[in-house]
Design a protein around this ligand. Sequence first.
Ligand code: GLY
Ligand code: MN
Ligand code: MN
Length: 457
Amino acid sequence: MISRTWMARAFLVVAVAVLCFGVAYPREREPNGSYAERRARLRAQVDAPVVIFGFTGKEDASPSYIFGQEESFYYLTGHNEEGAVLVLLPNGGLKPAAPPEKSDSGPKEILFLPPRNKLVERWNGPRLGPDDPGIAEKTGFAVVEPYARLKDELERLAKDYIYFYTLLPGQNEAGYPHRATWSNWLRQNFPMMNLRDVSPPINAMRQIKSPSEMVVLGRAIELSADAHLEAMKMIRPGLFEYEVAARMEYVHKRGGAEREGYAPIVGAGFNSTLLHYNGVRAQIQDGDLVLMDVACEYGGYSADITRTVPANGKFTPRQREIYEIVLAAADAAIAAIKPGVTLGGNTPGSLQKIAYDIIDSRGKDKEGHSLGRYFIHGLGHHIGLNVHDPGVPGRALEPGMVITVEPGIYIPGENLGVRIEDDVLVTETGYKVLSARVPRTVEEIEKLMAEAKKKGN
Ligand code: GLY
Ligand code: MN
Ligand code: MN
């Protein structure tokens, strides 16, 4: 029989384990050399040490939380475990903020890892520890130190430099305390040091995807395309929105995706007009349009795909009219993609303006207004480690960028919302639509749905 004392102890262990670490699963990752090359490029752009804190696993108290690394930390390390810290020294490419003779000694890159905890590992599985044999080869860092040594190392550096680069809280991060917590920790422990934001150079690098990143992101897009095809084949009146979402999530998970890239949006009828509708509870009615903005995260990278289809397999004339205006806007914007063009802004030649001008010059609402007023969001954004990856407004497109093109028209008074969203790689000479195999035209969609009906899907 289990004694009360034992049970109390066991409870404590569980509580500690749960409090200390969430679950972290291994991801497909790029070769260590890809992360090392990024670190080298960052070190060439800074003139003081960079200190970046990974997530601790305590960012989310929800029991269903699955650990996913802080994005910029992951981008530079490929390390998807809790409680790690990255320290990089400038490589001298810029004028150092300290006398160079002082800053030349010691390692230039250190990965700090928490000690292994056998008790917690019984619950959550093994982690990498600083003293593991072969840790340098595993992580791609020549120097891996215990977390307990971090403060000493920073104290040493604080003697040589007048500031640290770290991730500082941005305007949009008020509700996400990671950056505030750790920049405050640096301020409290090193009050003599100024802090500078390391986000701009990292964000600029993240916008250009490397070939090895494209392998992982490409897998996220392929799995998401598979899910859209499955959804199109199953949709019919009487199903609930969540049944469609569930099938799509199943396809993602079955293909190895860790999680959704964002909360799935499956909206029928009026719900198709709600941009980020996450209710996903309603029953699909005959005559509805069903908007599906659903995509997965694979290897940390998120796709972002939207399709809009008629619940009964056949667009009404009005649905078709609006759908084809959105499609024309998407096609025109995509056709204009090439290096040098800008994505956003209302400037001549921007993709946003190309799409808006088409939407606003074709068709009318029931009151006779042009339709531009119903295109109420930006045309697109970068994707990558975040579904809304960093993008510098106004930066001209360059080869290697991956953006979404997602015009939409949402008319609540007609229960009619249409969005078509594709993921597009900018190439040297133009573009490549990475989600192209998901049907987009009225004919393609109606054909696929009719065939599925015939087969009894
Ligand atoms: N799925 C979110 C977006 O399209 O931006
Ligand atoms: Mn999007
Ligand atoms: Mn989307």
